[in-house]
Design a protein around this ligand. Structure first.
Ligand SMILES: [Zn+2]
Length: 248
């Protein structure tokens, strides 16, 4: 976000430097820069906060070449961002987050889950916090990401039910297997894949919320209720064509 902001501000610096025919650039040149060269003008106290921030980017700009930031003669924020950011390793699960129209709250929970960052009791106990290790959804095994998604008999029933609703003749696999499948689906543009990715995210989120409700509010509900809740959540974020797929 910080680097994207810098890239967007660089565009303003580029405009102040080269787009001298623009009225707002003429205004800045006349009243703020007092006809001084933008690359050498000193930053003074009577300049606005915004202009000071833009001018401070000249330090960054020295490391970059204007020519490398242009696309068809126009400043490209994307190119600037990539140059500032540098080469970063792409994570496998990126499309589950970026290519997914599920609710933001469900994508956030999936984002934590794929990195094993949800505060499941196996992790909490490692922080020397006393807690009940047993999964409160099935009360048979210890809670972990792998157990919750989808070794647990309760959550398996939810995901199996949703798979069936989507027309898949298979049962829930481990979290790693399911994550791999949803990664592949997130690469596809087909209607069914789009719905599948949303369904997975809402299922993970709904199961996590249910787990919290049992622990903190002592309220439980059946897998059938959760299945309907997930479908409702997905339907809320679907367009008309996708929604037709849900009621089939
Ligand atoms: Zn369980």
């Amino acid at each position: 976000m910080e680097n994207w902001n810098k890239a967007a501000m660089l565009k303003l610096l580029w405009a102040i430097t080269f787009k001298t025919d623009k009225l707002w650039v003429k205004w800045i040149a006349a009243y703020c820069l007092r006809r001084h060269d933008v690359s050498t003008v000193g930053i003074t106290n009577n300049m606005s906060w915004h202009l000071k921030k833009i001018l401070k980017l000249r330090e960054l700009r020295v490391q970059l070449n204007w020519e490398d930031l242009l696309l068809n003669g126009k400043f490209s924020i994307k190119k600037a961002y990539k140059l500032i950011q540098g080469e970063m390793q792409k994570v496998q699960w990126r499309r589950i987050i970026c290519n997914n129209r599920a609710s933001p709250k469900s994508k956030f929970i999936v984002w934590l889950a794929v990195q094993n960052r949800l505060p499941t009791t196996d992790r909490i106990s490692r922080w020397n916090v006393e807690c009940q290790l047993q999964c409160r959804l099935c009360d048979t095994q210890n809670e972990s990401i792998q157990h919750l998604f989808f070794e647990c008999s309760f959550s398996t029933e939810v995901w199996n039910g949703l798979l069936q609703k989507m027309g898949f003749n298979r049962t829930a696999g481990s979290f790693d297997v399911e994550s791999r499948i949803v990664c592949l689906k997130a690469h596809s543009k087909s209607l069914k894949s789009r719905v599948y990715v949303m369904m997975f995210s809402e299922a993970v989120h709904t199961i996590w919320c249910q787990r919290n409700s049992v622990i903190f509010e002592n309220t439980s509900c059946s897998p059938a209720v959760l299945i309907n809740r997930v479908i409702f959540q997905v339907a809320c974020n679907c367009n008309e064509t996708e929604r037709r797929l849900l009621v089939q």
